[in-house]
Design a protein around this ligand. Structure first.
Ligand code: UD1
Length: 417
């Protein structure tokens, strides 16, 4: 386990490359199981969640090879494995193997995911949908046991547009007899990327930005070659670092069209943002940070995965900001840590009231989840003193060498084992 040492108080000036998206890479790697063939996945981020996903694919008999940032997965010889405690405990999002397993092996056995740092994260939407497609799901105390004789194409309307449930249904639908229509599906760009990958391996899939996705099941797949989209949350994280520390940055490959709400929030807070095909340019506000009212929501709303980072920015605003967290019920662990740095944040259930202060001070703080860690690093970059951020194991789940990217941008940060 390691920590980040940050010497803040220095403006960020520079450019860095945005890596491939974590939340696009994970389901696409799961989807490599579908075609029993060769998959060449470019721009794959080197992060712990990807390494863990590849380990599951290897355990399930796939051959996995890296070539720079390209991963080649051959799933021809894949076989069934139990997704046990060890696997699910390491990475809760391994639940998105469920649909692919059920489709390819006609069964999936998944250890019950425990509580998660950011909320309960139940699976009812995943299960209801798969049952509608013909799966039988039982609970044997320690595991959920899912089996199916033949998946049936179905019309499924989701109670809420769960990202993981949409991904599981899509992959199960690839093997189903007939057509599956998902209504109120998740609309995130990462879902659209998964739908594109499915098309690339021969599955007729239609993603519609109004939240309806149709998939025509098949038993004839092809090999696939695909490039993972840029990580909009990584780009947003470096924008919050720039807003906290001040400065001027260019984020190569960042995709502005998938970040409208994030960009809008930084502009409202006073930053200048412009973009071109090659990336996003941002200049921090010269007249202070404006306070904001923000409510997290599903895409195209403001993402919950940017909530900790924007909270760090708003600790320095000229006035009082409100953040309502509407996606996860327990996602404010960073607020207490920011208060250790001199912020003034009060939490009342899903509402955070952030009274802006003139400056934060260096401190030793703890990250308890991935984005909380990113938010604390951004905050530390504003302090004219040294800070220590513990909990690097969470940050590494989703950022490929954050210390290197921030150093490219002119920050003084190092990682220490
Ligand atoms: C995914 C992302 C995560 C992001 C989240 C919301 C990945 C690997 N992870 O997580 O980074 O923060 O979307 O954008 O892509 N819910 C239920 N029942 C269910 C499923 C979900 O009630 O069966 C609830 C959850 O408790 C949560 C909300 O729906 O409150 C959103 O969850 P969901 O969209 O499923 O998030 P994940 O797929 O877990």
């Amino acid at each position: 386990m390691g920590r980040y040492i940050v010497f803040g108080g220095k403006k960020l000036i520079g450019a860095t490359d945005i890596h491939g998206s974590k939340n696009a890479a994970l389901p696409i790697l799961c989807a490599c199981l579908v075609n029993s063939g060769l998959n060449v996945i470019h721009n794959c981020p080197k992060i712990t969640d990807v390494f863990n996903t590849l380990e599951i694919l290897s355990k399930a008999g796939c051959s996995v090879k890296w070539d720079k940032s390209t991963v080649i997965v051959d799933s021809a010889k894949a076989h069934f494995i139990v997704l046990d405690d060890e696997i699910i405990g390491k990475m809760r999002s391994s639940i998105i193997f469920l649909g692919a397993f059920l489709g390819r092996f006609k069964k999936a056995v998944i250890a019950k995911p425990g509580g998660c740092r950011i909320g309960r994260r139940p699976l009812d939407i995943h299960f209801e949908a798969l049952e509608r497609m013909g799966a039988v799901i039982t609970d044997n105390g320690r595991c959920f046991v899912c089996s199916v004789e033949k998946l049936k194409g179905s019309e499924i309307e989701l109670r809420l547009p769960s990202v993981g449930a949409t991904e599981n249904i899509l992959l199960a639908a690839a093997f189903a007899e007939g057509r599956t229509v998902i209504k109120n599906a998740a609309r995130e760009p990462e879902i659209s990327a998964l739908a594109e990958f499915m098309k690339c391996i021969g599955i007729e899939t239609n993603f519609d930005s109004s939240g309806v996705i149709t998939v025509n099941g098949t038993d004839s797949f092809s090999d696939g070659e695909f490039r993972i989209i840029a990580d909009r949350i990584e780009a947003g994280t470096y924008m919050s670092a720039c807003a906290c520390a001040g400065g001027e940055i260019f984020l190569r490959n960042a995709e502005a069209s998938q970040m409208s709400e994030i960009i809008d929030v930084f502009v409202k807070a006073g930053s200048k943002v412009s973009y071109c095909d090659g990336g996003i340019y941002m200049k921090s506000s010269e007249n202070g940070i404006s306070p904001l009212n923000i409510k997290t929501s599903v895409y195209p709303g403001f993402p919950t995965d940017m909530q900790p980072q924007i909270m760090s920015v708003l600790t320095l605003a000229e006035g009082t900001s409100i953040i309502i967290e509407s996606v996860f019920e327990n996602r404010f662990s960073h607020a207490l840590e920011l208060n250790k740095m001199g912020a003034n944040i009060e939490i009342d259930s899903l509402k955070a009231t952030i009274k802006g202060v003139n400056a934060l001070k260096g401190a030793e703080v703890n990250a308890f989840d991935l984005r909380a860690g990113a938010g604390l690093i951004a905050a530390a970059l504003s302090c004219g003193e040294m800070s220590v951020i513990n909990g690097s194991q969470y940050v590494k789940r989703g950022y490929e060498s954050i210390e290197k990217s921030l150093t490219d941008l002119g920050a003084m940060i190092r990682y220490e084992e």
